[in-house]
Design a protein around this ligand. Structure first.
Ligand SMILES: NC(=O)c1ccc[n+]([C@@H]2O[C@H](COP(=O)([O-])OP(=O)(O)OC[C@H]3O[C@@H](n4cnc5c(N)ncnc54)[C@H](OP(=O)(O)O)[C@@H]3O)[C@@H](O)[C@H]2O)c1
Length: 302
């Protein structure tokens, strides 16, 4: 039996971020009330309440679920030892605390939906990757692997766990697209490095719809790739973006320049990538509203 039931209440970490804001709005639209755990003060309303500590949240007596997306942004500076420690602490330690909190509640949440990223697969050239592919290596892989482990380890049995390995999320109010758009408008948005690296992108609306769908169906658990069905090479993404905004994408960013400006972040995130397919959600019948990059960019930019 797999009858859909959206939780009446959703607790969200990272709910003030780019993906989180869209998710919170979508949960409210579904009729849920939402509690957002944030490090800063925000005004609470009828449907969305903000808390500074998990201790401020009394688990509701009705069905509820938890979405866990908090994490220091990967592009918040050069990846020195201090930033790397914060990238890990803000995801892995926070997730461990959240699981401990879940295990202490009298009523268990139905689901924990926890973030991860396609960086889990490491750098794999042209290999087509699905949820059953082997793990990769490197800092991003280790970060994601430990983040996923923190969500699953010791989580009480009554709470199912869905992990979403998120790709490059395209939206106008955050993520990579606004950062690509500025150079692209100046005709500077050409290939980065060789431009051959695969980027597994997804439209923000499809990612949010996929996450709500995973929360809604009680039989779903395990790892899911949060990417569109058509990953593309970075140079083809740059060229498609140039076409949509009518600016040729001719000026390349040489790899050495990217490394000079951005250090290890350039190597791990920009100059290499993964060719990821969302095999599990496709097999389960999830329908993408924006399966092609051209369609997704047109929807967002025109
Ligand atoms: N956007 C993408 O393309 C993409 C791709 C793959 C994976 N992801 C992952 O998905 C998650 C959400 O992405 P996003 O784009 O929405 O991120 P975002 O806009 O940077 O938001 C991250 C959220 O995490 C919280 N946060 C930031 N730094 C923190 C720290 N040092 N300690 C604790 N909390 C911190 C912030 O909440 P408060 O300030 O309210 O506390 C913020 O709302 C992230 O973990 C990200 O790594 C995103």
């Amino acid at each position: 039996m797999n009858s859909a039931a959206f939780p009446q209440h959703v607790l969200v970490t990272g709910g003030t971020g780019f993906i989180g804001r869209h998710l919170v709005a979508a949960c409210v639209e579904k009729g849920a009330t939402v509690t957002v755990l944030s490090r800063s003060e925000h005004a609470s309303g009828d449907k969305v309440r903000f808390i500074r500590s998990l201790d401020d949240f009394a688990a509701p007596d009705a069905a509820y679920s938890v979405i866990n997306l908090a994490g220091e942004p990967l592009n918040s500076g050069r990846w020195n030892a201090k930033l790397k420690a914060e990238l890990r602490r803000s995801r892995i330690d926070m997730t461990g605390q959240l699981v401990k909190w879940i295990n202490r509640q009298t009523r268990a949440p139905d689901a924990l939906l926890s973030g991860s990223a396609v960086g889990w697969y490491g750098h794999r050239g042209d290999e087509l990757l699905t949820e059953v592919s082997e793990p990769g290596s490197g800092f991003s892989h280790q970060l994601c692997a430990d983040w996923e482990r923190a969500a699953k380890t010791d989580l009480r049995e009554e709470t199912r766990c869905c992990i979403v390995r998120i790709g490059v999320v395209l939206g106008t109010e955050g993520g990579s697209l606004p950062e690509m758009l500025t150079p692209a408008k100046l005709g500077l948005g050409g290939p980065m490095g060789s431009g051959q690296q695969w980027w597994s992108w997804i439209h923000i609306d499809d990612l949010v719809a996929m996450m709500l769908w995973l929360l809604e169906y009680p039989s779903y658990s395990g790892v899911f790739n949060g990417t569109a069905p058509n990953p593309m090479r970075q140079r083809d993404i740059a060229s498609a973006l140039g076409d949509v905004i009518n600016r040729p994408a001719f000026m390349p960013l040489p790899g050495f320049m990217a490394r000079l400006m951005l250090g290890e972040f350039a190597d791990e995130i920009l100059l290499q990538g993964q060719r990821v397919e969302p095999a599990r959600v496709q097999a389960m019948g999830f329908e993408f509203s924006h399966p092609t990059l051209e369609g997704a960019l047109q929807d967002l930019l025109q």
